[in-house]
Structures are given as structure tokens and as C-alpha cells.
Design a protein around this ligand. Structure first.
Ligand code: UDP
Length: 251
């Protein structure tokens, strides 16, 4: 168990430091603070990327050093799931204050920056990214979506499609660890992109194809349990994840 945090003052914003949870360096920010940080990123000239780990990320990162490093080099690392939040309560010097989910972050980014910055939604099955884009535009009709592309194309096809329409904010939904590796390998080939975010299954939720748990279940931190029963095909896989994760925390 690792319990350590490092202090660092960055960019004149509120104190921002990383908290180490099972070997992954998390930023302890809520959604509002995350948006402030991203605003700062977008106003600078360089490229940034954001990762949103949940329990499976932490399990995978123990086996895959490249993945662990990509997560730890991210400009922002926020807990998408309750797993890292719980783990931080047991082993870290400081608790993570809560989740910032991919779905919430996408909606908030689009609400806040969608009129000034153009977005590209890359990932998920054919048609899903476009449906997610349509849903976002329904809510924020002035937002700019430069394009969408499904997640079952080769790298060059994706790079060309993105470079053709020059978005500034790229949302990548290829599942972990694929999406983080894709961003790490390809971000430098996308000159227009200022911010890339790995968003997991978020397009499936935003498009309405997959339902999220009711709000009260989310608030209780039990969305993972809801998902186990909502996805019977993945029940045993998810159960195994929970067991491995609990072992990681408590042994
Ligand atoms: N996905 C994709 N390309 C791939 C693999 C996955 O676009 O090669 C998409 C998938 O359709 C889904 C999302 O990535 O929308 C998340 O995938 P999955 O459910 O496997 O991962 P998790 O949500 O567990 O991270």
C-alpha cells in the first residue's frame, strides 16, 4: 500500500498536488476545479491530456508498466470510479474528495467551452459517437462539434479524420488501456488538438444507448454494483474485478 503525496504549486492556481493511490498519481480536484485547470490548459500553447481511472485501470497498471507511466504523466488524473476514492481512504495520506466521471466531464466541458472550442468525438461502435454528439447539441445548440468517428478504424484513418477538421478538444472512447495508449502515441500527430481526454464508455451513456444507474445509487457509490446487474454478460468479469481490487487495497 502506498501512502504518499507530493506538494506542488502550479500555474498560480489553487494548490494542486498529486495523491498516490495504488501507484497512480491522482489530482484531488472536484469538477469545478477541474474545469478551471482545463481553462488554464486551453489558454496555453501546449498540448495536454486527461485520464479518468477507475478500479480496472489500477489493476491493469500493476501489470502494464507502459500504461502506468502514461497515467502518471497525464496532466490531470481524476477518479472516474469509486474504486480509487475508496482505496485512497485506506492507504493514502489524503482522501480523494470524490469522483469526476467521464460523462459529467464531457457535458461540463461542452457547456463551458463548446462555443469557443471545437470538439471531436472518437470511439465507440459505429454511429454512437454521432448520437452522443447529437445529444450534446440538443442541450447546447451553440456548441461546436468538428466531427465524430467510430472506434473501430486504424490509427491513420483516425489521425486523418481528426486532422481534416482540426478540433481543439478530442474525446477518445476506446476503453482502457487502448484509449490512453492511443492518446500517448498519437497526440503529437494532431497539431490542432490542445486537450485530449480518455473517456471510456462515456459515449454509450451520453448517446442514451446504455442507461446510467439512478442518481441515488450513484450518490451511494454503488454505480459499479448497478452495472454488474445491468450487464449480465459481464457479471463474472466485473465480480472478479471487484475481488481483485479489494485484495489490492487490503493486502
Ligand atoms: N471501443 C472502441 N474501440 C475498440 C474497443 C472499444 O471504440 O477497439 C469502445 C467501446 O465500443 C465502448 C468503449 O470503447 O464504447 C469502452 O469499451 P469497453 O466497454 O470495452 O471498456 P470499459 O468501459 O470497460 O473501459
Amino acid at each position: 500500500m502506498l501512502g504518499h503525496h507530493e506538494n506542488k504549486f502550479s500555474h498560480g492556481l489553487a494548490r494542486n498536488y498529486k495523491i498516490l493511490v495504488l501507484g497512480i498519481r491522482f489530482d484531488n480536484l472536484n469538477l469545478e476545479q477541474t474545469l478551471l485547470k482545463i481553462k488554464e490548459f486551453l489558454s496555453g500553447g501546449s498540448r495536454h491530456y486527461v485520464v479518468l481511472p477507475y478500479s480496472s485501470f489500477l489493476i491493469e497498471s500493476r501489470k502494464d508498466e507502459e500504461f502506468r507511466q502514461i497515467l502518471n504523466r497525464a496532466d490531470l488524473c481524476l477518479a472516474d470510479g469509486i474504486g480509487p476514492v475508496i482505496a485512497s481512504r485506506f492507504g493514502s495520506e489524503e482522501k480523494l474528495r470524490g469522483r469526476v466521471t467521464g460523462v459529467e466531464l464531457i457535458r461540463a466541458l461542452f457547456e463551458k467551452f463548446g462555443t469557443e472550442r471545437s470538439f471531436f468525438l472518437f470511439g465507440a461502435k459505429a454511429g454512437v459517437a454521432q448520437e452522443a454528439a447529437d445529444r450534446l447539441l440538443l442541450k447546447y445548440p451553440d456548441g461546436k462539434i468538428a466531427g465524430t468517428l467510430n472506434g473501430y478504424v486504424n490509427d491513420q484513418e483516425a489521425i486523418d479524420a481528426i486532422n481534416n477538421v482540426k478540433p481543439e478538444i478530442l474525446l477518445v472512447a476506446l476503453g482502457m488501456p487502448k484509449q490512453e495508449k492511443w492518446i500517448a502515441n498519437n497526440l503529437k500527430k494532431l497539431p490542432s488538438v490542445r486537450l485530449a481526454v480518455g473517456v471510456g464508455g462515456a459515449f454509450d451513456f451520453i448517446s442514451g444507448r446504455v442507461k446510467r444507474a439512478p442518481k441515488f445509487i450513484q450518490k451511494m457509490g454503488l454505480e459499479w454494483a448497478w452495472r454488474m446487474f445491468a450487464q449480465p454478460k459481464k457479471f463474472f468479469y466485473n465480480l472478479k474485478t471487484v475481488v481483485i481490487f479489494l485484495k489490492l487495497i487490503f493486502t
